[in-house]
Design a protein around this ligand. Sequence first.
Ligand SMILES: Cc1ncc(COP(=O)(O)O)c(C=O)c1O
Length: 389
Amino acid sequence: MIKPFEKPIYVTRPFLPPLEKFCQGLQEIWETRWLTNNGPILQRFTQELCNFFETDNVCLFNNGTLALQIALQGMGISGEVITTPYTFVATTHALFWNKIRPVFVDIEPEYYTLDPEKVEAAITPWTTAILAVHVYGYPCKLNALADIARRHNLKLIYDAAHAFGVKVGIKSIAHFGDLGMFSFHATKLFHSLEGGMLIFQEAGLKGIFDYLKNFGFKNEVEVVMPGTNAKMNEMQALMGIQVLKYLEEIIHKRAMITNLYRQHLKEVPGIRLVPSLSPDIRYNHAYMPIEVDEQEFGMSRDTLYEKLKEYNVYTRRYFHPLVCDYACYRNVSVNDPLTVARRVADCILTLPIYDGLELSDVEAICEIIQHLQHETLREPIVNFATSRE
Ligand SMILES: Cc1ncc(COP(=O)(O)O)c(C=O)c1O
């Protein structure tokens, strides 16, 4: 008999820097009383990120959703945008807020990112951009998407909310496409409490994004465009600066967790893991998705999800349902049958992964999963004839 965890194990838990260090930073804020509006800590954080990504084309926001909305608006994207239904709703909401029609196409089955062939087939005279997602931090089919975008003169925008710290060769994932949006939400491996960042190729966009996130103010008396309020504040920037110092440590610990899960789960019948990533990809271990094959595993994904709760293990069914199945998008016509996305959304489960998760806890979670499977397989098969007697 395996005992449940004494305390709940959630799918993620935010990293926190040492409290004394954060308090030292707060002291500076208390002294300056500069809480928001492009304060000194935000300026420092921006500079650190410019150094980190080796570009000046960085703009920070109070969250990733507004960053993406502003990106689309500032780049003048309109008409139709080809995108994935296998993502967090904010990807599509950013299109909606810009009155852009989302054209949902299917994902590829290995890493769940947009299928380039489906993208190409969905292009119409109204298509202006591709909005792809590095879902779970797995890089999209970068070359194929870039090639399509170039041939059809489309903007290529990446929702890289999950992909902070990912590299392809020596190049950060931020430098692919025309623009990438990163979320610094507390649930992400790198965070600033809440926050968002745009990194882009065209330097001229910076001024536009800066106006749009600050009501369109050029100076005290001139408003040059109808902007919104999407500024990052000093507390967020302080957290960001402090968490950034630990990025390598955080990714290293997560990598150990991924390896351990893979080692324990690779031979469990009915559990599918994503294939090993190509060696030139430096993954950030943002998520730990598994597919549960009901027939082979002996239990559906939803039953496993519920049973794990009985052991105090709280997994998530990211990304189920598909965005196009939410009530607010049901009237968007979808021509692609979304065969892969539908299958994956029905069997995916993301397991707990965060830097503070003990390796012994990872082993225990794997043991519980195997135990649940054995228990199910041992359950007597009810013989219909005898059960009626
Ligand atoms: C894929 C994706 N896009 C966009 C967002 C929105 O980011 P934020 O929560 O920072 O607004 C998230 C979520 O957290 C996300 O997972």
